[in-house]
Ligand binder design. Structure first.
Ligand SMILES: Nc1nc2c(ncn2[C@@H]2O[C@H](COP(=O)(O)OP(=O)(O)OP(=O)(O)O)[C@@H](O)[C@H]2O)c(=O)[nH]1
Ligand SMILES: [Mg+2]
Length: 359
């Protein structure tokens, strides 16, 4: 009598698989349940291994196996070269359906949209674990601004939509560099919103960082001169909206006085924002240079794919991630590890690891 070993994710599926491979007349000899090891990118998963045997005669079984191999061969022969197909066409082919469907489901769960979605699906290797392959391709596609994290320019200006976390993130980031031994100061250009100066002053006082406000060019020149010996001067700005293009113009003309070669721009984008709104917001500044992205409010949403799709589409690097209101604690530097930790079904174990900035 011949014995066969079959492995699946549950006992029921293992029996189903064994029957499809060796016929309905198989008998189960033994069963073993265990968990897979998992990798940094994948969860541990349950497995059930069964050993079974067939009560049928060997010739009949061999004939059925030959028949099955032939069907597999025909199926593959009908499948065109996947690199020549669009993602949707690939989904319609026999051989690639299962793996691509898994990849599509992971992309859906993470709200990853075009053009990033198409890029990932087009290059998707069906031979590997979907979660591992996708996470590796995703990280290769995204740009993380390690250079600017380590060597910021003299001015670091925070821009972005109203209420996106500019002031809060600026205070957190200023504190990170202060802790690293840099002399830091803050200038706020937000003299529009009631209480804006009081807010930034309260953060600055709590963190022992000097702060000045400037609403016009002469005040900005005076403030920058008084802080010229500082290593980094953080510039807080008023929230802008695509509906108020004049305000955005006023702001960009003030920022251009600082000199683009001496200024890093950081755009705060809440992970909760619609991707279309992100694109409109970026359009307000795109002539002024390429900002790096600080993705804020990650604690308020389950998915981060919309910002990653936007970052990829606009070609913008990611520099910081914030995940709460606490100043200065709730911030982490963008890194492969930190991004993976915010994706669903990819690298779940890493979610529990320490990724906060060490103070
Ligand atoms: N949950 C959560 N809230 C945040 C985060 N970052 C900022 N906030 C909150 O979002 C609100 C707006 O933050 P601000 O820093 O004032 O945003 P802003 O972009 O400076 O706002 P304006 O100056 O009015 O345009 C505040 O209540 C913050 O505490 C975050 O990462 N998570
Ligand atoms: Mg503000």
């Amino acid at each position: 009598m011949e014995y066969y070993t079959v492995v699946a994710d549950s006992y029921e599926n293992a029996v189903k698989k064994a029957k499809s491979l060796y016929g309905d007349d198989i008998r189960i000899h033994s069963r073993r349940d265990y968990m897979t090891h998992g990798t940094i990118f994948t969860r541990r998963q349950p497995r059930c291994e069964i050993v079974c045997y067939s009560s049928q005669r060997k010739e009949a079984k061999d004939a059925r196996l030959r028949d099955r191999d032939m069907k597999e061969f025909e199926k593959e022969a009908r499948t065109p070269d996947p690199s020549t197909l669009s993602p949707n066409e690939r989904l319609d082919t026999e051989v690639y359906r299962e793996k691509d469907a898994e990849a599509v489901s992971i992309l859906d769960k993470n709200h990853i949209e075009d053009p990033l979605r198409s890029k990932l699906l087009k290059a998707f290797p069906t031979s590997e674990d979907a979660g591992v392959a996708l996470s590796q391709m995703l990280l290769r596609s995204l740009d993380i601004d390690y250079g600017k994290q380590v060597h910021p320019k003299h001015f670091v200006a925070f821009i972005g939509p109203t209420g996106s976390g500019k002031t809060t993130t600026l205070a957190k980031v200023a504190y990170v560099y202060k802790q690293q031994g840099k002399n830091v100061a803050i200038i706020t250009l937000d003299t529009y919103r009631v209480g804006a100066y009081e807010q930034v002053k309260a953060f600055a006082d709590a963190l022992s960082i000097p702060v000045k406000k400037a609403s016009a060019e002469d005040e900005l020149i005076a403030a920058t001169e008084s802080f010229q010996d500082m290593d980094i001067v953080f510039i807080d700005t008023m929230g802008t909206s695509p509906k108020d293009k004049e305000l955005a113009l006023h702001l960009t003309s003030l920022l251009s006085m600082l000199g683009s070669d001496r200024t890093d721009l950081i755009m705060t984008i809440p992970a909760t924002m619609k991707e279309e709104d992100m694109r409109e917001q970026y359009a307000l500044y795109s002539r002024h240079g390429k900002p790096s992205l600080a993705i804020t409010k990650l604690d308020e949403t389950e998915t981060v794919g919309n910002v990653l799709s936007f970052a990829y589409g606009a070609g913008l690097p990611i520099i910081f991630l914030t995940n709460g209101q606490r100043v200065p604690d709730d911030i982490e530097k963008a890194s492969s590890k930190a991004l993976i930790a915010h994706l669903k079904d990819i690298g779940l174990e890493m979610k529990n690891s320490e990724s906060q900035i060490s103070k």
